[in-house]
Design a protein around this ligand. Structure first.
Ligand SMILES: [Ca+2]
Ligand SMILES: [Ca+2]
Ligand SMILES: [Ca+2]
Length: 354
């Protein structure tokens, strides 16, 4: 996780903030009379000047996240509750407002406000807070301005509405599969802590660097669990299995350049997307499989996820439906190794142009 807002705590006064008539050098106690030496900002500097606080930041990929902040009303402003406050706006590089809210605190203790922000593309954006209410040097107090993004979760999945961060997908979201738009039936996740990885190295993710599968694929580094299967397209596969395209677990691909087990032991969350059929979806542009319900894949889920799936999709779990129909052939282990070794030896892309 990373906070895109620097010095949103005002521990460093006005550092990293721009705008006009900033008031960031006082403590909570100065405004709220609570004895706290925590530094805060007041959204009303001098009488006659409208306070504006701004900070620009860079977003690396389209992502849905939320801006959060703590706001209170200065004790001396309590008689103006509901009018003193500020607006919060997120502007794109062209100055268009992509998200906004008004914050009008009513008490002299902090409450958290939250604004959902859907960044449509990578680029530079600006957060702007503008004073509301009488311009009288009394106003709302703000602190802990935060815009968290998580790079480990930030895998982008192609949906009917364009690429979306996997952690924002919910059952019903229409995903763009190789077969066209398909509604997601279920999405499960399993978070793995650094301590769990230290105990069991098999929980470490496989990292696929940008371009490691083929030109521009994936479009940015992709982290998946070891057994997560990626689509491979190769003449070698055609020769070995009679088909250009097969599914190979990520761990087998670590024999190729730019694909390796990431032993940084940073916390990671694995997602499992379930559709009516086994589908090929696009993760950071790279074709990879949805959850194929087998005894082995079920066992890899958390007990709670297993129980949920069994309740929601009894047909699927009992094996009375298509649970053994995979979207592509899955070669036996020894032949997976052989395939990847030959692709590496021939210096071909794992996703070759056929
Ligand atoms: Ca603070
Ligand atoms: Ca003012
Ligand atoms: Ca005011």
């Amino acid at each position: 996780m990373q906070n895109l807002i620097i010095n949103g705590t005002f521990d460093s006064g006005s550092a990293n903030w721009g705008g006009t008539d900033l008031e960031t050098s006082y403590t909570e106690n100065a405004y709220l009379g609570n004895g706290s030496s925590n530094r805060v900002a007041e959204m009303d500097g001098q009488s006659g000047q409208t306070t504006i606080m701004e900070q620009s930041f860079t977003v690396n990929n389209p992502i849905q996240t939320a801006l959060t902040l703590d706001a209170a009303l200065r004790t001396a402003s309590l008689n103006q509750a509901g009018t003193e406050g500020f607006t919060v706006e997120i502007l794109d590089a062209g100055g268009a407002v992509i998200a906004s809210m008004s914050v009008l605190p009513t008490t002299n203790s902090f409450t958290q406000a939250s604004l959902n922000v859907d960044f449509p593309s990578a680029g530079q954006y600006t957060l702007r807070l503008t004073e509301l209410g009488s311009d009288n040097s009394l106003g709302a107090i703000v602190d802990n301005i935060s815009l968290m993004v998580c790079f480990c979760n930030g895998t982008l999945i192609e949906t009917a509405e364009g690429p979306r961060a996997i952690e924002t997908l919910t059952p019903g979201t229409v995903i763009l599969t190789e077969n066209g738009p398909r509604p997601l039936r279920w999405i499960g996740k399993r978070s793995v802590s650094p301590a769990q990885m230290a105990d069991n190295a098999k929980l470490c993710p496989v990292r696929i660097e940008a371009g490691a599968l083929g030109p521009g694929l994936p479009s940015q580094p992709l982290q998946v669990s070891r057994q997560h299967r990626m689509l491979i397209r190769s003449r070698v596969a055609k020769r070995m299995f009679g088909q250009f395209e097969v599914l190979i677990p990520a761990i087998r691909l670590t024999a190729l350049p730019g694909i390796y087990v990431n032993e940084d032991r940073a916390a990671v969350t694995y997602y499992h997307m379930l559709f009516d059929n086994h589908e090929i979806v696009f993760a950071n542009g790279a074709p990879s499989e949805s959850l194929l319900v087998t005894e082995q894949s079920l066992a890899a889920l958390s007990p709670a996820a297993q129980e949920e799936l069994t309740l929601l999709f009894p047909d699927l779990i009992c094996g009375t439906r298509h649970c053994t129909e995979s979207a592509r052939p899955i070669p036996p282990h020894a032949r997976q190794k052989r395939l990847v070794a030959r692709i590496g030896k021939n210096n071909r892309a794992a996703l070759d142009a056929i």
